[in-house]
Design a protein around this ligand. Structure first.
Ligand SMILES: [Cu+2]
Length: 200
């Protein structure tokens, strides 16, 4: 009887772990001085085709107190982004970046149509009226991404396996391809520290 109970326990453990086969990346991103880096965009690119964008996925970049909030947004390729203006002053949002060139001329409230970011890469956004306003939309071919806070981010759950880790930051030298390294995500999760060489 005791032996049978042991077998049952093993079977149940086996089915529990196979039902939850997913991993996670826990990453710590630091600058060249070893300080925690906020606003780093982290993405896990699968080796095969990426799963499609979750239905209804969209992003929102608010304008408040004459700033974009958040400053760094990561989206999967094809994602619509809304730009509601919560200020009483008008803003004029634009991007000259090759992956997405657009402008939303002087407006208040929420523009009628979102902007769809349909190519991977990074778009720099500005406002024609307020020079200090800046934001970045980092577009990736994967639904698995995060932005660091106090140097930390978690990406997942993802199926265990081999990925390319991609890390980008606003102070990453413009024109240089984002930082990449191969990474293996296992079922118990993978922990990693990345030090980025940034422009001063
Ligand atoms: Cu403005």
């Amino acid at each position: 009887m005791r032996a049978l109970r042991a077998v049952l326990a093993v079977v149940m453990l086996g089915s529990a772990s196979s039902a939850a086969v997913s991993g996670e990346l826990r990453i710590h991103v630091v600058d060249p001085q070893g300080q925690d880096l906020d606003e780093a965009a982290v993405a896990l690119l699968p080796q095969g085709p990426a799963p499609p964008r979750p239905a209804g996925a969209e992003a929102v970049i608010v304008q408040r107190d004459r700033q974009f909030v958040p400053r760094v947004t990561v989206v999967q390729t094809g994602t619509p982004v809304q730009f509601p203006n919560h200020d009483t002053v008008r803003h004029h949002v634009y991007s000259f970046s090759p992956i997405k060139t657009f402008e939303i001329k002087l407006y208040v409230g929420t523009p009628a149509h979102p902007v769809v970011f349909d190519q991977p890469g990074t778009a720099v956004l500005g406002c024609n009226i307020h020079d200090q306003m800046v934001a970045w939309v980092h577009v990736v071919d994967t639904p698995w991404f995060a932005v660091t806070h106090r140097g930390q981010a978690r990406v997942g759950p993802v199926p265990p396996g081999a990925y390319q880790l991609q890390v980008w930051h606003p102070r990453w030298p413009s024109g240089r391809a984002p930082y990449r390294q191969p990474v293996r995500i296992d079922e118990r999760g993978t922990q990693l520290r990345v030090q980025l060489e940034l422009a001063p």
